[in-house]
Design a protein around this ligand. Sequence first.
Ligand code: TYM
Length: 329
Amino acid sequence: KKVLFSGMQATGNLTLGNYLGALKNWVSLSDEYECFYSVVDLHSITVRQDAAVLRKRARALLTLYIAAGLDPEKNCIYYQSHVSGHAELSWILNCFTYMGELNRMTQFKDKAAKHADNINAGLFTYPVLMAADILLYQADVVPVGIDQMQHLELTRDIAQRFNNIYGDVFTIPEAYIGKTGAKVMSLQEPSKKMSKSDENPNASIYLTDDADTIMRKCKRAVTDSEAQILYRDEQPGVKNLLNIYCACTGKTPDEAVREFDGKGYGELKPAVGEAVVSVLRPIQERIAELEKDKAYIDSVIKNNAEKANYYAMKTLRKVQRKVGFPDRI
Ligand code: TYM
């Protein structure tokens, strides 16, 4: 079986973008691949966190993975910090990554601008840790939203560079980008991606929003004065709503445009809201159920960390040998 790796940060309130751009595809791919889904808590501390809050959010995120439909018996769902190989491989890969490459990362530039008081070295080398995550499991495919593409290209470059020196050590991973939902935009400024750090609560649908809140946010979504429902760049607000609608219903943009032919935004918006509610409500219900079973979640955490560690160590030992670290006696 081919290997799939992906991860998500337990920082902030997860949005519909995280679900449609990533988690939803994880679930649909999970039968086809040997899957590793990590709660990437090492990445989270590149921005200052409250310890108790981070711990709570990490557990909530792991629970969400299961609630969204990933079976923890078949998929390895674990905390990145429970597998020390991530940090160890990351150090080695740091020595095969150029400052110039990291300087070009747009996400670093954005985050550095936003957290000007804390531009730490971890924030700068964040993409190298991400490369380590992926390469540690010899992943063939990495399902992500479009905003992670640049990091994935860098991962491929680092892997290729390492392989050129030491032979075929790493599998070169491919990104998997969904057809709809790969870039969910803000409901208030459709030129911007929907982001968990947006200050305007109406801009994002959070995975924890109840049905009324989702309906209200969709009805208030910014559109335009064209008064026609077409899937095109000239109407970014409408295009975003159609994308959300399609990603939630499985319909294609053509089908959706036909469905709303001759109708107005007053019909489109509530239809989008209902589609979102029908996707999120069952997940929210399963989270509530799972949260009651502490022992079950604990066993998932323990068993899967062991499994991840086993695979991670196989790659790490090989890499350590290649770069010239002495054998363990
Ligand atoms: P993170 O936590 O910011 O986001 C998690 C996933 O959600 C996707 N995403 C979106 N997709 C569509 N529309 C949006 N508006 C939107 N916002 C977020 C992201 O593309 C991502 O797939 N660096 C990563 C986490 C990570 C990782 C990895 C991912 C660490 N190591 C290894 C893959 C493989 C991140 O910060 O994602």
